[in-house]
Design a protein around this ligand. Structure first.
Ligand code: FES
Length: 181
């Protein structure tokens, strides 16, 4: 009898230990599912832009994100000044970009603009067009936020920040590697 009671209590202890063990494994799996390594945000994508003519925009898919590569002409670059008071964040202090792109043209080289092609309001894709005074700009069709071709947002629309610039680096005059500084 006493022996049976001891055996019963041993069995309960074993069940409890087994249950805790299973719970631990379950929690571990759950934690893994939540915290499993994501594809690296900076997974690099090399792009050849050598044939891109001045004023032209190319679009690439970078792991599900639309990235623009725009070759700016000398006139485009010259036109990026003189209207800073109309911009929400002209010095890009509140916007996302690599440190090397925190300048008036928001790029590593003035002639090449690289940006995520998503409005910072609700993510719609803005379109390149010719704006006032024939100045090129990006207009978001959803709620009319407007960006210059350095991705700096005008105060007139609801978008709160400039277009996001991803990490990238240039290799020679034809190749940009998106996602890697
Ligand atoms: Fe672009 Fe709203 S999503 S203005």
């Amino acid at each position: 009898m006493n022996k049976d009671r001891i055996a019963g209590s041993e069995r309960r202890r074993l069940y409890l230990a087994g249950g805790l063990c299973a719970l631990g494994v379950g929690l571990g799996v759950a934690r893994y599912v939540v915290t499993r390594p994501q594809p690296p945000a900076g997974h690099p994508l090399p792009v050849d832009f050598g044939d891109l003519a001045p004023g032209k925009l190319m679009t690439v898919d970078w792991h599900g994100r639309t990235v623009w590569i725009l070759r700016r002409s000398a006139d485009d670059i010259a036109a990026l000044a003189g209207y800073e008071s109309e911009l929400a964040d002209p010095a890009s202090l509140l916007s996302l970009q690599p440190e090397g792109c925190r300048n008036a043209h928001r790029s590593l080289r003035p002639e090449l603009f690289v940006a995520i092609g998503q409005c910072t309001h609700q993510g719609c894709p803005p379109a390149l067009r010719s704006g006032a005074g024939n100045r090129a700009e990006f207009l978001c069709p959803c709620h009319s936020s407007k960006y210059d071709i350095a991705g700096r947002v005008f105060r007139t629309g609801p978008a709160p920040a400039n277009l996001v610039i991803p990490e990238y680096h240039l290799e020679g005059d034809r190749r940009v590697v998106i996602g890697e500084a």
